[in-house]
Design a binder for this molecule. Structure first.
Ligand SMILES: [Cu+2]
Length: 216
């Protein structure tokens, strides 16, 4: 579980059904490949004159290859579900423009944007997330498909929310879109994920998911 004071943990997924499934597949793929490689590594000993090329090794390599292919194919299912649910073509609901600048974000429609600067160290409370707190935050309605329209005002940036498994490039002169549906309230953090200059590490993203009646 992600805890603000324990920076080594992963983020909790936003609880869409495919997210834990996806994590499980990736972990099983990793274990399978590691197990296969270790099996090959220790199945012969060249120091004792055994040849590295024997039938057992060929079977082991073939097994690893085929099982890896099967796991990768099975990854396609949750991957495609995630891609479909994030496609703005299939979603209606709440829209939130997001613009990247060197080195901060704005969210909201023109004239009523909120600006997300990294919070100054002296304003960060004890126990808060390190270098992820922002001066303001984007407000997202709970349970409603939210489409982020993402662009940049200067150079390439990328809008990423790890808990939602999403990353979308912010490209100057181009409008990218992706949809998300947050099933439970909370605060979600992200960071710029495209090297954009000296302040790249200091432009975090903070989204607060609230009841629809409280989202302006
Ligand atoms: Cu950046």
């Amino acid at each position: 579980m992600f805890h603000p004071s324990l920076q080594l943990d992963f983020y909790d997924p936003i609880s869409n059904f495919e997210m834990p499934l996806y994590n499980g597949f990736i972990l099983s793929l990793f274990l399978l490949i590691c197990g296969g490689l270790f099996a090959i590594l220790f199945s012969s000993n060249p120091m004792r004159g055994e040849s590295m090329i024997n039938l057992n090794i060929l079977f082991a390599e073939g097994g690893v290859f085929i099982s890896t292919c099967l796991v990768v194919l099975s990854l396609c299912f949750p991957g495609l579900v995630i891609l479909y649910t994030q496609s703005p073509d299939t979603q209606v609901g709440y829209s939130l423009p997001v613009t990247a600048y060197q080195w901060y974000w704005t969210m909201g429609w023109e004239g009523s944007e909120t600006e997300l600067y990294m919070e100054q160290m002296e304003n960060v409370k004890l126990g808060a997330v390190f270098q992820l707190e922002t001066s303001d935050c984007g407000v997202i309605p709970l349970g409603i498909n939210t489409t982020f329209f993402i662009t940049s005002n200067d150079v390439l940036h990328a809008f990423s929310i790890p808990a939602a498994f999403v990353k979308c490039d912010a490209v100057p002169g181009r409008l990218n879109a992706m949809s998300l549906n947050f099933p439970h309230p909370g605060v979600f953090y992200g960071q710029c994920s495209e090297l954009c200059g000296v302040g790249h590490s200091y432009m975090p993203i903070k989204l607060e998911v609230v009841m629809p009646s409280n989202a302006s």
